[in-house]
Design a binder for this molecule. Structure first.
Ligand code: S3P
Length: 440
């Protein structure tokens, strides 16, 4: 895809209601579970970003019939155990979640699938998903280091396993559970550190035989395989990881006051909100309610005097995608913000730790980076004026555009097109609230 640079200019107050698109994690899962059901799954508020559309197209290749109008989709599933073998390589573009979860789905069926992606996805480690799938009987042909492009073939008799996650990863957990859905017997995943639990919640809602026990060694999630799933309507709430960008923008741009409705508030996703509130952010949560097994609510954010803090390391899984935008908030806070336990950022859409540090350097922010930590000291000098390399990473692009709105000098990112992977219309959304983002 051609790179499109964009420049964010110091902006006036951000105000009013900001519409944030549907949650990416829920959107991928809703399409995949719909594919595994016989009958129709109606999805409302689907995220229609490139990552999710790649999953939609892969689900069609597995035999699902999907009718989509805007953010509404109706999925007529192929059914558990009867997925078709795709007749083309599955191109997941930039989408780590879509590709890894789909490896589980295909790995649980006696079919072969070939996975390809863009330069970012091709560089990301897949062994974390392939290793447990190999234990379940999946055959894999992959490049050295278990990178894309790769082909896997699921077994006729998938082996139920008990697997303890070596990394805190909801993607790995979910891939194993999805494969386990078609294995005879109980498949168990043990996660020492809890990660987002959307797969468990949605599987339960679709009638899967799933149990979760929490003990001293972590969460034990067991799915009993080869039981049919029942279609359920899914209303996708707004993505808290996308809401994070206008939210932080409002905190750091003088005089701002914005509202974002229907934001998912699953506790495994709200680490950033807690952290910002500890830094002194004026964020209020109202209209909290349950829908489709998830808590949602309205967020109101007003410009705030932020103070640096030490973010507890064990909070990382609940805000793993939010460190780039937290680093931006920290650049406008008084004092030092310390972020630890960030090793997973090295293997996201980019080496996110290095990309954030480079963006901070380009814009005169005092910071220090280690192998798995970052400290940012805010407001020490005139900020901004730099150009940031996004490395095919949507969250780097959005974070530094937000940075530019509050900086002393404009900030350019080398590619805004990559924001289409998770937040279509990102620039229009912020511009409507009062931001100045120019695409030359
Ligand atoms: C996701 C899990 C996380 C997160 C990603 C979405 C999911 O990845 O970073 O954006 O929907 O399961 P990891 O499982 O690699 O931590």
């Amino acid at each position: 895809m051609r790179k499109t640079p964009a420049t964010a200019h110091p902006s006036g107050p951000l105000a009013g209601e900001v519409a944030v698109p549907g949650d990416k994690s829920i959107s991928h899962r809703a399409l995949m579970l719909g594919t595994l059901c016989l009958g129709e799954t109606a999805i409302d508020g689907l995220l229609t970003a490139e990552d999710v559309l790649a999953t939609l197209s892969a689900c069609e290749a597995l035999g699902a019939k999907i009718q989509r109008e805007g953010t509404s989709a109706r999925v007529s599933g192929a059914g558990l155990g009867t997925l078709l073998e795709p007749d083309r390589p599955l191109d997941f573009g930039n989408a780590g979640t879509g590709s890894r979860l789909m490896m589980g789905l295909i790995g649980g069926h006696p079919i072969a699938g070939t996975f390809v992606g863009d330069a970012s996805l091709t560089g990301r480690p897949m062994g974390r998903v392939l290793n447990p799938l190999r234990q379940m009987g999946v055959e894999v042909i992959a490049r050295d280091g278990d990178r894309l492009p790769l082909t896997l073939r699921g077994s006729h008799n998938p082996i139920p396993v008990e697997y303890r996650l070596p990394v805190a990863s909801a993607q790995v957990k979910s891939a194993i559970l999805l494969a386990g859905l078609n294995a005879p017997g109980d498949t168990t995943v043990i996660e020492p550190v809890p990660t987002r639990d959307h797969t468990e919640r949605m599987l339960k809602a679709f009638g899967a035989a799933l149990s979760v026990e929490s003990g001293p060694s972590g969460r034990r999630i067991t799915v009993s395989g080869q039981k049919p799933l029942t279609p359920q309507p899914v209303t996708v709430p707004a993505d808290p990881s996308s809401a994070a960008f206008p939210l932080v923008a409002a905190l750091i741009v003088e005089g701002s006051d914005i509202t974002i409705r229907n934001v998912m508030l699953n506790p495994a996703r709200t680490g950033l909100l807690t952290t910002l509130q500890e830094m002194g952010a004026d964020i209020t949560i109202s209209d909290k309610r349950e829908t489709g097994g998830e808590t949602i609510g309205t967020l109101r954010a007003r410009t705030s005097a932020l103070t640096g803090i030490t973010v507890p390391e064990n909070r990382a899984p609940s805000m793993i995608d939010e460190y780039p935008i937290l680093a931006v908030a920290a650049a406008f806070a008084t004092g030092k913000t310390v972020m630890k336990g960030l090793h997973e950022l090295r293997v996201k859409e980019s080496d996110r730790l290095a990309a954030v540090a480079a963006g901070l350097s380009a814009n005169a922010v005092s910071h220090e980076m280690g192998e798995d930590w970052l400290t940012v000291t805010g407001r020490t000098r005139t900020l901004g004026g730099g150009t940031v390399k996004t490395h095919l990473d949507h969250r780097i692009a959005m974070s530094f555009l937000v940075f530019g709105l509050a900086a002393d000098r404009p900030v350019t990112v080398d590619d805004i097109a990559v924001t289409e992977t998770s937040f279509p219309g990102f620039s229009d959304c912020l511009t409507a609230a009062g931001a100045t983002i120019r695409i030359p």
